[in-house]
Design a protein around this ligand. Structure first.
Ligand code: GCU
Length: 421
């Protein structure tokens, strides 16, 4: 997050250039390492009950992930007000109730607002819902003309018609394939989505987004143990859940945090830090998400911190090319979600996200689910392609690339029906 001196930047650039050409995609080159035991405290004490897990081990692990990986939230900030910007009880050809709800936050003489797009199944009193961020605005997830276009900063993207960091009509419906809205509604669930850039623009700049509302006097970037963007986006999901608790159309005890890729890292951290999320889905979340860091397969800590210096807290830099020093690994992040239902999904062609590392992580988290009498990923053998394992902890690897597909949603719905609903 800090600017490096010029000579150091050149060195770092060369190092990254050489380093990235060495991305490991070979299983035989994965280093040998011990899996940090979720049930052994940092001081060497064995945990054998839910009580000790919840009183001793879970809090110390959560603290570690907060201080050294995602960063702490400096202060509690509640919703100042919310406004129903728009509502239609006969949306999507009469299939759904649509609401667009703006949440507003105020602090330090600054204001931040973000808008939740909600599609709820008709004629259902209190619907369970999937909540997940989108990458390019709420209007990209559907052809529905009534969906408002965000005025927040966006990454330029030619194929989406996004220039000058501004979202326009050109990108309406561009991401419909990632959001199986009809299937979700037909199964009796609602969908809530938010453009993540409204909570914190995805760039290495901490003068904007939610961070800026919570600085102390004179502060202009998070401290080394304070929140990066992933923690900020997770925070935004939790505040959406605060709103759902006030919305009579939603069953706030059945909100499933969903996310793809960087937003899958986000849904995992949201589920770990807020126990009100009834279930969590990580779709292709990879490095800093579900994948084990110590495998150094595909994207590594050094590479992710270099390309996206704002995602994690500054303390995370100490583990770049130094994974051995990490006393934890990402399966312990998954374990923080126990005993709530958790779904980890990979894609065959998404080697950058280390599908095997994502799978093993769900397996090694399972021992904490066992404390609660729940089943998870009991085997160390990866399942065949398109052959999901459905338990309280679920896993699948599908054919195809880094993406969200109907196949993914069909499985999320089946799992939610069995373990969340
Ligand atoms: C990059 C990044 C990944 C991330 C992905 C995404 O590929 O390296 O860590 O998951 O972007 O969010 O699409």
């Amino acid at each position: 997050m800090k600017l490096l001196p010029y000579s150091l930047s050149i060195f770092f650039f060369l190092f990254m250039f050489i380093g990235s050409s060495q991305t490991n995609y070979e299983e035989s080159k994965v280093p040998a390492f011990a899996i940090p035991d979720p049930l052994l405290t940092f001081s060497g004490y064995t945990i054998n009950s839910v009580k000790k897990w919840e009183k001793v081990r879970r809090p110390e692990l959560l603290r570690f992930f907060e201080n050294d990986i995602y960063g702490k939230i400096p202060k509690n900030l509640k919703i100042d007000s919310y406004t129903i910007l728009e509502q239609d009880d006969h949306a999507l050809n009469g299939k759904a109730k649509r609401k667009q709800v703006e949440l507003t936050f105020k602090n330090n003489n600054k204001t931040l607002s973000y808008t939740i797009l909600l599609y709820l199944p008709k004629n259902k009193v209190k619907a369970p819902i999937f909540l997940g961020y989108n990458f390019y605005g709420n209007h990209t997830i559907t052809e529905d003309k009534a969906v408002l276009i965000s005025s927040a900063w966006a990454n330029n993207n030619k194929s989406f018609g996004i220039e000058n960091n501004t979202l326009t009509e050109a990108s309406r419906g561009k991401r419909t394939h990632r959001w199986a809205v009809e299937k979700i509604l037909d199964a009796g669930y609602g969908l809530a989505t938010i453009y993540y850039g409204e909570v914190d623009p995805d760039k290495n700049d901490f003068s904007d987004g939610i961070h800026s509302l919570l600085y102390q006097q004179g502060q202009n970037q998070p401290k080394p143990a304070e929140w990066g963007s992933i923690a900020a986006w997770s925070w935004g999901m939790a505040r959406a859940l605060d709103y759902f608790e006030k919305d009579a159309d939603i069953d706030a005890s059945k909100v499933i945090a969903f996310g793809h890729s960087r937003l899958g890292k986000t849904s995992l951290w949201a589920g770990a830090t807020d126990k009100r999320f009834a279930g969590v889905i990580s779709n292709n979340s990879g490095c800093g998400g579900a994948a084990l860091s110590k495998r150094k397969f595909g994207e590594t800590i050094a590479v992710i911190n270099d390309r996206f210096p704002h995602w994690f807290c500054d303390n995370f830099n100490q583990y770049g090319d130094n994974e051995e020093a990490l006393p934890v690994d990402q399966h312990q992040l998954l374990a923080l979600i126990a005993p709530r239902p958790l779904y980890i999904a990979s894609a065959e062609e998404d080697q950058w996200a280390d599908p095997r590392g994502e799978f093993l992580s769900s397996h090694y988290a399972t021992q904490v689910y066992h404390l609660y009498g729940k089943k998870g990923i009991e085997t160390k053998e990866m399942p065949m392609l398109n052959d999901p394992i459905h338990n309280t902890v679920s896993y699948h690897i599908r054919t195809g690339k880094h993406d969200v597909t109907d196949y993914d949603w069909e499985n999320y719905i089946k799992w939610a029906n069995a373990f969340v609903k």
